[in-house]
Design a protein. Structure first.
Length: 250
């Protein structure tokens, strides 16, 4: 239904995060802390935001014990650490738009690090809104279909659950929702017995920027890698359509 390349940047990124489970678990732990604080409860049944983060954790194969420890730590947190969420926007080579979601306990440190990375490996930070107009905020749910699914039945299940759009790929089904409906759709799909490879709200590019020059592609990939490796980074989004050999680890 929607363009395949919109999802490819997310799908390729997951291959990299799977190789860095310790780091991704730490980042999800921070999201759990924010969800407990903002949702006002450490009980998932009373905190939809927390349920969403738990679904994301499970999609990333985070063990239940780790999830429980993160929730318990957030519920009893007395260290004085207060995490804040902030988004940065900027440019990579080739006119590529980049958005970075961070969770930090030190805004000054993170702002300095983001500025340094964009200046060194990209084309600099921009003002809020400078590239976000090229993206749509969407709920994105990915279902593993490698073991065989009835495509029509799966699409109908997703649409009946409240999804806006469905893409069937070789070994996965990508389901898009309105961000406000994401929790309800995800829960409806769970009740239908589906398990997820990905379940999160994301910035999805409305169009992609094709990059054919290998040197430019390598520079873009370097910026993405450096941003993702930053301890405060939660998500990196971009609209680059990279050559396959350059994008495998995106």
């Amino acid at each position: 239904m929607s363009g395949h390349n919109k999802w490819s940047t997310i799908k390729n990124k997951k291959a990299k995060t799977d190789a860095q489970k310790g780091k991704i678990f730490t980042k999800i732990g921070r999201e759990i802390a924010i969800a407990v604080r903002e949702g006002g409860s450490a009980d998932p049944s009373n905190n939809r935001k927390l349920r969403d983060v738990i679904a994301k954790a499970k999609a990333n194969n985070m063990p239940n014990d780790n999830i429980k420890r993160s929730i318990a730590k957030a519920a009893g947190e007395g260290s004085g650490v207060s995490y804040k969420e902030i988004t940065y926007e900027g440019y990579a080579d080739g006119g590529v738009a980049v958005i970075v979601d961070v969770v930090t306990d030190n805004l000054n440190r993170t702002a300095s690090e983001m500025r340094h990375l964009f200046d060194k490996f990209g084309k600099g930070l921009g003002a809020n809104g400078c590239v976000s107009w090229k993206f749509e905020h969407k709920g994105v749910i990915v279902v593993d279909t490698s073991k065989g699914f009835d495509e029509e039945e799966l699409m109908m299940t997703a649409l009946d659950a409240g999804a806006d759009d469905v893409e069937i790929e070789d070994d996965s089904c990508v389901i898009y929702t309105d961000p406000g409906a994401f929790s309800e759709v995800r829960e409806n799909l769970e009740k239908a017995g589906l398990t997820f490879l990905e379940a999160d709200r994301r910035m999805v590019p409305t169009t992609t920027t094709e990059v054919t020059d290998p040197e430019v592609a390598a520079k873009i990939q370097r910026l993405i890698d450096e941003l993702e490796d930053n301890d405060d980074t939660q998500n990196v989004y971009h609209d680059a359509e990279l050559p396959e050999e350059e994008g495998e680890d995106d």
